[in-house]
Each structure stands twice: as structure tokens, then as C-alpha cells.
Design a protein around this ligand. Structure first.
Ligand code: FPP
Length: 280
């Protein structure tokens, strides 16, 4: 988190929020559903693509801030497998913005030691966007700082299906298909995010209470944070607020809270007899 203090200014709103964050309990992996570009543009009587263009700055801000905080991984949902249904002009503009972003941010990624990866079926991208993406992935592959995953042509169900098929193919190749039992570890090993911790915090902008086929496997125990702000308005203060809210949550992973319940903590079997059972 020390790097963040170098760019914050005392007295600014985000300085105040940052002061409340416990550097020892930061999320290891943050995932973000960037939503609301279209509505942001409509409210300003601008074309939808103006919203996407305005959405590039928060992408840069999140990458830099998370890197400065010392977050291990950041995964951004940039284009879903369903987004091809949008008008060709809009889809084309998204690829152009991606190229522009990659070109302009390579220096920053190198300076911050950020390692870029794509998650999704990138082979279906237009050649120019794919080439640029692959070039930046290669250029940053030796960086040892934060992992930045851009989810592009990504779908959670497709990813899981893909992983299962890879497990089956591997077993077939090794001649053990007949005895194959697929377990959770085998699926996790074959996801795009293999080797990374699962997201601890999933942020969604623009108020929608949906997961939208994003990281379905990996978010099993993620804390959800939904803000009404549209993505182009998602600033550093908002990101820090989401992290602060995450730190206020009581994560139980299906178990119990660390603090014992006062009345039942010492109770034995006799208490079970006392619990009233409703008669139907
Ligand atoms: C959702 O808003 C956003 C997208 C489908 C695209 C996200 C793209 C960017 C943030 C810009 C460029 C990204 C990179 C990585 C350089 P929406 O269009 O669905 O908004 P709406 O729900 O208000 O219509």
C-alpha cells in the first residue's frame, strides 16, 4: 500500500478513505463488472460509444491503484460472449478502444511490473486487436507485479465447459478415460485463472444485481459490492470505498464467524432439547 500514499494528496477525499483501509487485510484478487457506459452516454445525449471511450480512464485508474495497493490480481470484464449481439459499429469501436488502451498503457504496465493476460476466447477477435493484445501479453510476461486479466469474449459457462473438456481430453490422451472422475481441483487447474487466488471482492457498477456469466466458478465465496455509479464515473475514491466495505464484511466461507455467539458458545447437548420445534 506504500506506493498508493505516494500518489494520494492529504486532504483529498480518497486520502481519507485510504486512511481507514487496513493494509494487512486487502483482497488478493478483485474482479469488476464494468457496466453503465451506455446509460452514462445517454444521460449526456451522447452516442453509446462515447460512454465506452469515457470508460477507458477508470480502467487505467483501477490497474494503477490496485497495483499501488499491492493487490495480486485484478480481473476486468471488458467483453462478454454475448456482446457480439450489439451493433457492429459499437463492437468495432470496442476493439479500437482496446487497441488504443494497449498502445497507451504498455509503458505504465512495464513501470508497475504489471503482467497482462487475457481470459476468454481471444482467437475470435479481429486480427489487429488480437495481435496487439498478444504483443502486450508477451511484452509483460516477465513482469512480476500485479496480474491484470482482461476478460474478453469471455463467458463463465463456456470457461467451465472448456475446463471439463480439457480434463477429458487429457485423460483420453493418457488412456485413463474409463476410470476418470472429475474433481474440483481438476476443473480449477483448467480454468483461465489457474494458479491465481479466487476473487475475494466482486464489484459491479451501475446498480444491476446480476453476475452476467462472469467468473461463475471463481466467485463462489467472493464478497459482492454493487454501486449505482456508472462505470465512467467510477473513480479512485469509489474503488477504495469498495475495498473498505469489503473489510467490514464478516467472511465465513460457510463456517461460523470468528467471534463466538455469546449464549450458545458453551452449550452442550441439553440445550438441543430446549430448542422449541414448531408444530405444523
Ligand atoms: C458495459 O456497459 C460495458 C461494456 C460492454 C464494455 C466495457 C468497455 C470499456 C470499459 C471500455 C474499454 C475497455 C478496455 C479494457 C480498454 P454497457 O454498454 O452495457 O452500458 P449500459 O448497460 O448502460 O448500456
Amino acid at each position: 500500500m506504500q506506493e498508493l500514499w505516494k500518489v494520494l494528496k492529504p486532504g483529498d477525499e480518497d486520502w481519507g478513505v485510504a486512511e481507514s483501509i487496513d493494509p494487512a487485510r486487502l483482497p488478493e484478487h478483485i474482479a469488476i463488472i464494468m457496466d453503465g457506459n451506455g446509460r452514462w452516454a445517454r444521460e449526456r445525449r451522447l452516442p453509446r460509444v462515447a460512454g465506452h471511450r469515457a470508460g477507458v480512464d477508470p480502467v487505467k485508474m483501477c490497474a494503477e491503484t490496485c497495483s499501488n495497493l499491492g493487490i495480486k490480481a485484478l480481473t476486468l470484464y471488458a467483453f462478454s460472449v454475448e456482446n457480439w449481439k450489439r451493433p457492429a459499429f459499437e463492437v468495432d469501436m470496442l476493439w479500437r478502444l482496446l487497441r488504443l488502451y494497449l498502445r497507451s498503457e504498455l509503458d505504465t504496465m512495464m513501470r508497475h511490473e504489471i503482467q497482462l493476460q487475457a481470459v476468454g476466447r481471444v482467437d475470435a477477435l479481429p486480427e489487429a486487436a488480437r495481435d496487439q493484445l498478444e504483443a502486450v501479453i508477451a511484452a509483460t510476461s516477465r513482469n512480476r507485479g500485479m496480474r491484470l486479466n482482461l476478460a474478453i469474449n469471455y463467458g463463465g459457462r463456456a470457461e467451465i465447459t472448456n475446463a471439463v473438456n480439457r480434463v477429458i481430453d487429457e485423460a483420453r490422451l493418457e488412456g485413463r478415460l474409463g476410470q476418470l472422475r472429475v474433481d474440483e481441483a481438476a476443473i480449477a487447474r483448467n480454468l483461465y485463472t489457474a494458479g491465481l487466488p479466487d476473487p475475494d471482492l466482486l464489484i459491479r457498477t451501475s446498480g444491476e444485481m446480476r453476475i452476467s456469466n462472469f467468473l461463475l466458478w471463481q466467485i463462489a465465496y467472493a464478497e459482492l459490492y454493487v454501486t449505482n455509479r456508472y462505470w465512467p464515473d467510477f473513480n479512485r475514491t469509489e474503488l477504495l470505498r469498495a475495498i473498505l466495505e469489503y473489510q467490514r464484511r464478516d467472511r465465513r466461507f460457510g463456517g461460523l464467524s470468528a467471534a463466538p455467539e455469546p449464549r450458545f458458545a458453551e452449550a452442550g447437548e441439553e440445550l438441543i432439547e430446549e430448542i422449541p420445534v414448531p408444530v405444523r
